[in-house]
Write a protein that binds this ligand. Sequence first.
Ligand code: GLY
Ligand code: MN
Ligand code: MN
Length: 453
Amino acid sequence: MRARTIPAAVFARRRRALMDRMGPNSVALLPAAPEAPRNRDVYYPYRQDSDFYYLTGFPEPEAVAALIPGAPQEFLLFCRERDPHMEIWHGRRAGPQGARERYGADHAHPVVQLDEILLPLLENRERVYYAIGYRPDFDERVMDWIRQTRAKARTGVQAPVTFIALEHLLHPMRRRKEVEEIAVMRESAWIACEAHRRAMQMCRPGLMEYEVEAEFFHTFLRHGAGWSYPPIVAGGENSCILHYTENSAELCGGDVLLIDAGAELDGYASDITRTFPVNGRFSGEQRAIYELVLAAQKAAIDKVRPGCHFNEPHDAAVRVLTEGLIALGLLRGDAEEVIKAEQYKQFYMHRTGHWLGMDVHDVGSYKTGEDWQVFEPGMVTTIEPGLYIPVGSQIADERWARLGVHLETEVDKRWQRIGVRIEDDVLVTEGEPEVLTAAAPKEIDEIEALMRN
Ligand code: GLY
Ligand code: MN
Ligand code: MN
């Protein structure tokens, strides 16, 4: 979270919207993310908690936000105090004054005073909104405050009686992106597209996967971004390992290279996968599998529209992939039956997308009861079908399987070690789906032309 591109007024607007939903006589509590030790006295680069950042824009650890709708001071921020010695060694701190002046806190206090100041604020408060179960240390603290408030019952103090998971209110807000967020997500997507283009241009047999990975770090950093998840740079057989992150093998001519890598800019993720031939020319088999995945992806993107529900892109992708696999002889039987028996899962074992936003697998429910979430303008989902045919793949015959007979034959070697995934980030609009990641080539001609240059 380097750049700060979202203005303070946007954070204030979000707090207002949340507090209006919370109603009177309630309090929401949000802790900042803890620092994560890496080894001995070295820490992982700090990443703020997404919910906390969404509401405060405050980038430091050891902070707690309290939102109290209707109170004289509605937004309280507890944070580290300024400390010249610590700041010389470890970097600047906003301090309570900075929290008020730059982050819009109505009141800000040193975090060491949290117990003392927060406890009286919980008295006679009816509802507490808090994301329980993610931070055992903070859960314990919240429970302790409740215990202490209950202990005052005989003095007439009433302790909160209703405890509500904060995400119940907050995550539907985060799922539907505001214009300011969409602008940052476009930028995050553009940076990742630029990195994918550079990777295609520099790729050649004999390079190591990590040399291609370096293009991503280089490009992300040059644009003030970082990664939104560790990049997957997977050549040949590795392209069939969904979450391969070793990135340590040599790239061979004749193999495909699957790269799943996205940027994080100002807390917003992009998530892109492109697959291309290491030597710049698709073989016949690679082309056939690639074209099938691309057709499935286009059919799925076409379902990212208001009124369609979240599972429609997946259903569309599964149908195209299944029919295509049968046509290529990689699955046997009738498409309806193969889909019903989920036999396509042998080559397509993951789902077609997920919400995208501050978290790469972003918050927001997918289903309410039996009903899938219907797309609304402002929602962003990935669309990422794939096919994976590792060495030694066997195909079962669905017609025999129905009779309880498992007849398996090995997939012809020419199809083996081909893993293809094509992933874009798609914004739901009132009209056509907007592919935020369109600047990363995915048509075969475009990829081959870029790799020739
Ligand atoms: N990069 C993680 C995913 O595609 O879901
Ligand atoms: Mn994804
Ligand atoms: Mn991905």
